[in-house]
Design a protein around this ligand. Structure first.
Ligand code: CO
Length: 500
């Protein structure tokens, strides 16, 4: 074995990364600028490149090379050793699913998606039920193919939140559900309506766009290595750490949705811009889990972007960009409006106090489906009962209930928990940040985010996949992941806002 073999590995991984970046660029174009009639050809282009990427990753020569490198891993420098083990992990997971299964799954995905779109439009779960039944069967087969310990749900969770298990999530989420639904009841009973009437006016889209760019620049998002465009659903995509793009959507009726979307995606983008140069075109330039990635977006959006110092900072810009509309509005009023708590039926519209409740009910249903204790036909009843129990609301129809999210039509079960984990990780990291940067809030009020970004770079971003989610949280905060910091944060912030 000569020393060229690690070079050969890097070359092969570079080729795979290039194909994956080309896929991501085509997908970005599909969501932003592609004319509608381009959809057919784009589907074929993506299918061809996806098959090529899978073929390169599962090629026997790559497997042999990795195994040879693993056997002499004590002679490798630590970075190369982890590159080998992480790549081997990816290769093993992809080869566990036979080509025929991947094909069958992809076909059912596109059928299920089309039926879901119609079923949602007609608010008719029964229409989607046969597709979802097949999807759940496929997911149970997928879990068997991948292998698992404990719940079969763990095999699916692994894809999005590696190392996390249903057994760990159950007690964590049970505590969150109890505490958060208690807090929401207190807020509802307080009958203290925060004034949001001033929000009911037109907000010039061009001014909103300019505001979002100013905020992104202040956050430290490098617009020479990124850009913002418009799309139906905001997202972040990355082709390299020097080309990380975000999208947002602007509504003239809603002052907050565009900006908060930009800040959220900006948080994701800062993570991807913060990987190490030496990890480019390789396995390590990515987050260890979606929960950790989401912790960055939610920290910027909620802990920073929904804070009073942040709105004090923004007020002069709001006055300049929306002349006369902010003459009688204080930073305190904006802060109250952007943090209004109101139990709602739709997850993506949920506030910080209710958001996790939406996730927990989905998690409970997913686990029961995969473990076989709930039938697909029983979903609407189970859903509606949980919405009543956690949020105190009656679900009027399936469109506003169990048909609202796209995830199940794509067969993405095990994904939802990462949103709630992102909230928990964000609060836990932020508690430590406030301890280590005691003047953070005066910095935020002055538009100085450099110390915060430097902290995140040093404690989270630079590791890429070198550390697991658990290791990142433990090493940065001295504690394993827990719900306590998030619950402390909610109690303090909303206790003050609603005079509880
Ligand atoms: Co996100």
């Amino acid at each position: 074995m000569n020393d060229g073999s690690i070079g050969l590995l890097r070359q092969k991984l570079g080729e795979i990364a290039d194909v994956n970046s080309a896929i991501a660029l085509l997908q970005w174009d599909q969501e932003t600028y592609m004319p509608p009639k381009g959809a057919n050809a784009r589907g074929q282009q993506l299918a061809t490149l996806s098959a090529l990427s899978h073929r390169l990753l599962t090629a026997p020569e790559l497997g042999i090379l990795l195994e040879q490198l693993r056997q002499r891993s004590t002679g490798l420098d630590p970075d190369d050793a982890i590159l080998v083990s992480e790549t081997q992990y990816d290769v093993k997971r992809s080869t566990k699913l036979p080509e025929s299964f991947v094909h069958e799954f992809a076909e059912e995905q596109s059928k299920a998606f089309q039926v879901w779109v119609e079923a949602r439009a007609q608010s008719d779960f029964r229409k989607f039920q046969p597709n979802l039944e097949r999807m759940v069967e496929l997911l149970r087969r997928k879990a068997d193919l991948l292998g698992y310990e404990g719940s079969p749900y763990n095999a699916l969770l692994e894809e999005f939140e590696r190392g996390m298990t249903a057994e760990q999530l159950r007690p964590l989420f049970a505590e969150l559900a109890e505490q958060q639904s208690g807090l929401v009841k207190q807020i509802t009973n307080a009958h203290r309506a925060l004034d949001t009437n001033w929000l009911n006016q037109e907000w010039a889209p061009a001014a909103q766009w300019e505001l979002s760019l100013r905020v992104l620049r202040e956050m430290g998002y490098d617009l020479e290595a990124g850009r913002q465009d418009k799309s139906v659903h905001p997202f972040t995509t990355s082709f390299d750490k020097y080309d990380v793009r975000i999208t947002t959507r602007i509504s003239s009726k809603d002052l907050f949705s565009g900006l908060m979307g930009s800040i959220h995606e900006g948080g994701h983008a800062l993570y991807d811009q913060g990987f190490l140069d030496k990890d480019r075109r390789g396995t390590l330039a990515s987050a260890p889990s979606l929960g950790v990635h989401e912790s960055q977006s939610r920290m910027w959006e909620n802990l920073v972007g929904r804070s009073l110092p942040f709105w004090k900072r923004c007020l002069p810009a709001l006055n300049e960009l929306f002349p006369s509309q902010f003459e009688r509005v204080t930073a305190e009023a904006v802060y109250a409006a952007v943090n209004r708590v109101q139990p709602s039926l739709i997850r993506v519209e949920a506030d910080e106090c209710t958001y996790n409740l939406h996730i927990i009910l989905r998690f409970e249903i997913e686990v029961a489906l995969i473990e076989g204790t709930l039938k697909v036909s029983e979903i609407p009843d189970a859903w509606n009962a949980k919405v009543k129990a956690y949020l105190g609301l009656d679900v009027p129809n399936d469109a506003q209930g169990c048909l609202q999210d796209i995830h199940w039509s794509h067969g993405a079960m095990g994904y939802f928990p990462t949103y709630a984990l992102g909230n928990l990780y964000a609060a836990q990291l932020f508690e430590k940040i406030l301890e280590e940067i005691p003047d953070l809030w005066s910095r935020v009020e002055a538009g100085d985010f450099a110390a915060l970004l430097a902290w995140l770079r040093r404690r989270v971003h630079v590791y890429g996949r070198r550390k697991t989610a658990n290791e990142i949280i433990c090493e940065a905060t001295g504690q394993p992941p827990s719900a306590a910091p998030f619950l402390r944060y909610l109690a303090k912030k909303y206790g003050a806002l609603y005079s509880l």
